[in-house]
Design a protein around this ligand. Sequence first.
Ligand code: FCB
Length: 432
Amino acid sequence: MQQLNLNGLRLGVSSAATQIEGGDVDHSWAEWARRGHIRDGASPARANDHYRRFPEDASLMQSLGIRHYRLGVEWARIEPEPGRFDEAAIEHYRAELSDLRARGIEPLVTLHHFTNPMWFERMGAFERAENLPHFLRFAEHVVRAFGDLAAEYITINEPNVYAANGYFFGLWPPGVSSLRRTLRVMSVLTAAHLSCYGMIHRVRAELRLTGTKVAFANHLRVFAPEREASPLHRAFASIADRFFQGSLSVAMTTGRVAFPLRRIARLPAGRYCDFHAVNYYTRSTVSGLADGVRAGAPVNDLGWEIYPAGIVQCAARMHALCPLPIYITENGVCDNQDAYRCRYIYEHLKALLESGLPVERYYHWCFTDNFEWAEGESARFGLVHVDYDTQARTVKRSGRFFAAMIAAGGVDAALYDAYVKPCTYPTNGGGR
Ligand code: FCB
């Protein structure tokens, strides 16, 4: 059956400060771009000019019926020097949060989404446990200042992606390639999240604010052996899983820190998330140390496999670890022509809705096309098209589909035929 009933699942959209705001800010990604590491030469200084255009973007969101928005704050704007807070930046975000609320859009605020102020980067960022108080001081300042404007927080976005891309593959700042240092960063980030979780609850309780919900955004993928029958492939898949996401998921959710991570903070085992925040995009096919993509598999424009069943496998695994409500805090597709995004959304939602898991929210990545890290402006994930030269926003077909689903509470046969049926995925011709 093609119809889909959302059954109360709330649909929203997701973003990150560095990817949309624009402006000349002294942070690790501005520096990385200056050093020529962005594929198309783009810079986060341009992005979507959202810092100035936030009311326009919020108004567009509202016009599509979107009521949930995950947004980030830029640490380097808020704390341009260690211990010096820029109250104008805080006021800016307070104005943005008030504007969203006035439009009936509920914010979920990410405190750290890949980007560090350069002063923090230069002191070794999350490689050094001694630096943790800086992050916690920033986080506390923000949480106090936002007060009742934001009750729900993501402490850290995708600690595994931040650590792996920056310290193992060397593709992101600071461009290091060392397994030892990658694991160190993951361990320190675990301590950062565990401490931040406690701090947010403590501070908000002290301020007598209710409705507090905190989690870290967990990037999960499926690691599948290329040949199920091969013990070697199975072993590599399970090692990749443990090192990239398995240990980290357990440590950050329960405080139980095990190999290959190391305990940094002396915090008791317990529960360190109020919901599971799952970011899901793809499956990796493993036959050795590097991961690949199954031959003939449907793929997106970046060559990532499109594998809707995986979103359920990843969410189910977190639910088995600890039964909590599930928010999909990112799921989306690089589809530069918007040729198959509707099908991608439909199939992932369908898998979730049929899973029986307590999935309460689904935040699509992302609202507008934006600065996609090392891919720059060349990879489009948005429901809304951005012309970077003019900053004109145009709602895509997939954006209209998303709005229609929200309005109808699901997908009926007519919506399916109009938006989903015509879409076909590209397939992985070469590769493994
Ligand atoms: C996730 C990131 C997000 C965006 C998407 C495509 O890993 O959290 O910022 O880049 O991938």
